[in-house]
Structure formats: C-alpha cells, structure tokens
Write a protein that binds this ligand. Sequence first.
Ligand code: ASP
Ligand code: MG
Length: 412
Amino acid sequence: MKVFKFGGASVKDAAAVKNIAEVLKTAGCNDVFMVVSAMGKTTNALEDVVRLYFENGDFELRISEIQNAHLEIVKCLFETGHPIYDEVLNLFADLNLFLKKNRSPNYDFVYDQTVSFGEMVSTKIVSHYLNLTGIENQWLDVRDLIKTDDSYREAKVDMELSRKNFKKLGKGKFYLTQGFLGSDPNYFTTTLGREGSDYTAAIIAYCTDAESMTIWKDVEGVLNADPRYFENPVLLKNISYQEAIELAYYGASVIHPKTMKPLRQKEIPFFVKSFLNPNGEGTRIENGLKLEPDVPCYILKKNQNLLTLTTLDFSFITEDKISRILNLLHQLKLKVNLMQNSAITLSLCVEDKFIQLDKFIDEVSLGFKIECEKDVSLYTVRNFENKTETAPGDGKELLRQIIKNTLQIIRK
Ligand code: ASP
Ligand code: MG
C-alpha cells in the first residue's frame, strides 16, 4: 500500500479538487490510502469560531461564512440535488448544535471538537467528487482508526492500538480519510497539533507497513530555503531521514517534526512532490541517502522570544538551576529552539504557542533577573559555508551560535 497526503493548498478551491483527480490518474490510486486536510485556510477560520465561542461573540455568523465558502466549491463540482449538499449542511448544523448546547470551559477540548469539522467536510467533498469522476474510493472516519490520549490540541497517539484498527481493513482498495484527527478513549475528537496531517499520513504508513508515503505540495519538493523569504531556492533531490529530522527541528516548514519517526522506524521511503507537476522527481527521503545537491539549507523561524536569565547574586548557572528552568518550560509547553549559557547567564530562544510566556517570566523572576526580547527571528543555516553569514532583515543581531555544521543567529 502507498500513502498519499494532500494538504490544504491542494484542496483550496474547486479547480484544486479537480486537479487531485488528475494527479491520481498520473500517480495511480490502486492500493492507496489518501489523507486530506481541511480546505485552504479553513482551520484558521474554525479557530476563529472557537475564539468567538469563548468571547460570547457571534460564532454562528462565522460558521455560516465557512459553510458558504464550502458550498461555493460544492456548486462548482456537483449538480444540484447531489447528496453532498445535505452532508455539508448537516455537518455545519452539527457544529452549531454542539457549540450551542455545550458550555465546556475547557478551551482545548472545544477547540478539537470544533476545528475537526474542517477535515470532515473537506474529505466528504473530495471523496464524493472522486467517485463522481470514476475514481472509486472508500471514505473512512479516521477517528475510528487513530486512537490517542485526551491531551486535546496535541494528542499523543497510541500506535499499537491504532495499528490493530488498521489491520482490520481490507487490502488493495483506495481509502480516503482525514488528516490531523484522532479520538480519545471516550471517543471524543482529538487533534494532533497544527499542520498535523503529514503526521497522520506517517502514522498510517507505519500502521499499514506502507511501501512509501508521498506528500503532494504546491512546491517541487523540499527546497534548501523557504521561497517566501529567500531568492532562488534549489530543490533537494535526496535527503537522509537524519537530515530531514534536523531540518524539521530547526523549522523547515515542509516537514512536520513528528512525521519522520514512524517512517524511520519502518524505513518507509518518503517523497515530497508537486501536485502541479506530478511527473516531476520531487524529493526522496530515505535511510542513509547523501544530501543531494550538497548545499547549505536556510531556515527562518519568526515569532520567537529571546530570554536572558541572569543569577541575582552572581552565582553560577548550575545544572540544578538549569534543570528547574527546563522543567518549568516543559510544564508550560514552551518550546526551546536554542539555548546558550555562560557563567551567570542562560539565553533561551522560546516559542510561545500556548501563550504561557508571561507566566514563565513571573515565576522565574523570583530567582533570576530576566530580560525578554519578544518577536525576534531565529535564522538557522545547516551545512553552512560561511561563518560570517548574516541573517535576513535589518534588525539588530542579538545572538550567534555555531554547533558543528549548524549556524544560528537571533535577530530582532
Ligand atoms: N488542517 C490542519 C491545519 O491546518 C491540519 C493540516 O493541515 O495538516 O493545521
Ligand atoms: Mg495544512
């Protein structure tokens, strides 16, 4: 079996959905498990619904806007009277009802129950459309297959339980299902973290012992630099699992950090290809491959915070102090992307996805002098050629670190 993943950009409008059928005709869809994300920016829009729900805003209006955007796409793909119209309306009615009847104060729980509708709707539309064009497929609810704990918004997958569920499925078919979702022991919906559909594809590849996994994107493959910030990026043809994990760790947005582990465990080859050019070679990621071409890779991570902690009494930053600080960061789900220490200071580049930074600062300032530079960028060059490299932008350089073949710069 092969696993394919189509992300939000590949289903952003009716033309994009039609294009998927073309990609499948080229790539083949016999014995394939296909994972599909929410359409375009739907997940962001549904995050807005959650926000409105908690602020007692007009979430119903926002839902109806999202519903209309989906119906516009449906109108371009199906004749009136097709059952998809009712299915889409029913899904949004369910979402409305859930939010109206439920008064849960648990933000993360409500978040998962809500944003999951993006994937439910998109997969219904794509599945029906493919069936209409003669690409017969079986729609599956991934929440019946991927089991997780109840850490909403970043659920932890129970691989063995999930694997047993996948084993029950018949072979040689074309299955289509949602990315990013799972269910907890009480069958409530969970999500695997933003952009988690790649991870879903990797979980499925692992659970079905797939022969390969392909992510179809709007770029030719993995590039050595993000074209949004850098000119003339080059396509990386071959990457080892090891290097792919490093690139993901430093923030290369094409590879979701959790994706690599399940693939590596089973040595499943991983391809990144363009849905606009399905015959292109794309990128191949596999065990032991040499980076080709052998070029530096540039990664820019925005929205970072640089914290500088100094002991109050000129005592050394000792292991026990560092371990207490790291523990607190872990508890508050603050992600450290760079760390550097000297005798009395510890510098940390921190990502504040769950809005906990101020809490951290409050607690730590009891024992340390703490300076915080918000909204800085972290620039990483893997395989760098030039030690005097400067980071893009014109803000002040705040910190520089070189470890082996990795150069990192923090810039305001
Ligand atoms: N739709 C989800 C998101 O936008 C999952 C994904 O696209 O991978 O984060
Ligand atoms: Mg996406």
